[in-house]
Ligand binder design. Structure first.
Ligand SMILES: [Zn+2]
Ligand SMILES: [Zn+2]
Length: 419
């Protein structure tokens, strides 16, 4: 009986998901009814396979109830998790809000300026006003936005002059956050460049954060250290290093951590099973403190656990598997922070970002207890293929510079070494 109920419940939630996505595109009530019928037919097919008998009337009735419930919960903005992606801010930071809204994100990340230039023009006053207006119009709160710092910044650089250049760039980013009314700022801790012991760089990083806090009195912006994959001489792949930097920061209310799933897996934290995930969270709590967790980057990994390589992949397509994301999305400890995709979009030109839209939909599904992971994975694979990413998936093929383009490969390459 229990199995029967679970199957039934599951089929209904899948059906209502299809129904919702198709109904968005259709306004005529006749079409809606037709769509309901076809969705039901699809459901009953699955139902027969699962040897559960449910009448179509029952399903239609339940679908209608589900739809009403979903609509009203959407109205109240009661989505369980704040899920989104790192979106483009090309043409002005205000465009990031529109790009996030376009893919159905209820959280997002952006670069505040060119991530590869030391000096960028100041934010235009008109951009600041538009950004704030659009944030309100699309009901985004500053707590759902996790801007990403410039890749050039290395506050752990042993060279005082170069560290000063990084600090200037870092402070400029923080001031941009303030101007936009944002409260979080995510950056890569830094690198020893192989010149000094990690502890020396860690102290430089903490001192720079302390200085930035002093240089931005009254600011609410929390600096958020990102955990790293651990290639080269990068600081922050080990939770203990993040904890040690925070220990040396004076104003603890303005420092936090963003956990990147690809980076933590590459660093050797095996989060594929629920137990593995819980052990990792426990280790984070012991070494850093869960109260410092201010956001997550949700990326699958193209390389194996402990590879120390920073190669982001689409959800479930890499070595992490979709199951890992199910643990995260159903973990109550991860509910009130921005969860940001940094996965390949597979779309360099069309700017439809269908892959991200789908991944967000899948994450929302996982968050609300969706358990048919095979079906979710099929959805993701289909949309990647449609976006031209199918070829890029042939990992062993030498020509990996298909539609993904060289640009995004480079972005990944430099994620750690430059930062
Ligand atoms: Zn990053
Ligand atoms: Zn990241």
């Amino acid at each position: 009986m229990l199995i029967k109920f679970l199957n039934h419940h599951h089929i209904l939630s899948r059906s209502s998901r299809y129904l919702r996505s198709t109904m968005v595109k259709r306004s005529s009530s006749t079409l809606e009814v037709e769509e309901t019928a076809s969705t039901v037919r699809r459901s009953t097919r699955v139902t027969k396979k699962a040897k559960v008998t449910v009448s179509e009337d029952q399903i239609v009735e339940q679908l209608e109830v589900n739809l009403v419930e979903e609509k009203s919960s959407k109205k109240k903005g009661k989505a369980k998790a704040s899920v989104g992606a790192h979106v483009s801010a090309a043409g002005g930071v205000e465009n990031s809000v529109l790009n996030a809204a376009k893919i159905g994100a209820n959280a997002f990340a952006l670069f505040l300026k060119s991530q590869r230039k030391w000096v960028s023009p100041a934010l235009k006053e008109s951009s600041i006003v538009s950004f704030k207006t659009l944030m309100k119009e699309h009901s985004y709160s500053p707590k759902q936005v996790l801007p990403h710092g410039s890749y050039l910044i290395n506050l752990g650089n042993p060279d005082a002059e170069k560290r000063e250049q990084s600090y200037t760039c870092f402070l400029d980013d923080l001031k941009r956050c303030d101007a936009l009314g944002l409260e979080l700022y995510n950056f890569h801790p830094g690198s020893t460049l192989g010149i000094v012991e990690p502890s020396v760089s860690m102290t430089h990083i903490a001192e720079s954060i302390n200085r930035a806090h002093r240089d931005t009195p009254g600011s609410k912006v929390v600096v958020v250290l990102e955990n790293m994959a651990g290639s080269g001489n990068v600081i922050g792949s080990d939770f203990a290093q993040l904890g040690e930097i925070i220990r040396q920061v004076e104003d603890k209310s303005r420092v936090g951590v963003c956990l990147d799933t690809c980076h933590m897996f590459a660093a050797g934290y095996d989060i594929r099973s629920r137990d593995g995930w819980n052990v990792t969270v426990q280790s984070f709590d012991t070494n850093v403190g869960l109260e410092y967790l201010r956001g997550m980057h949700l990326n699958d990994s193209k390389t194996e656990c402990g590879s120390k390589k920073d190669r982001h992949d689409n959800l479930g397509v890499g070595h992490l598997s979709i199951q890992a994301f199910a643990h995260i999305l159903t973990d109550p400890r991860m509910q009130d922070i921005p969860l940001i995709l940094e996965t390949p979009s597979h779309e360099e030109t069309s700017k439809n970002w269908n892959v991200w839209s789908k991944e967000i939909e899948v994450l929302n599904g996982l968050s609300s207890g969706e358990t048919d992971l095979d079906s979710l994975m099929q959805d993701i694979r289909d949309v990647i293929k449609a976006a031209g990413g199918g070829k890029a998936k042939a990992k062993k093929a030498p020509a990996r510079k298909g539609k993904r383009g060289k640009k995004s490969e480079e972005a990944e390459e430099s994620e750690e070494e430059e930062g």
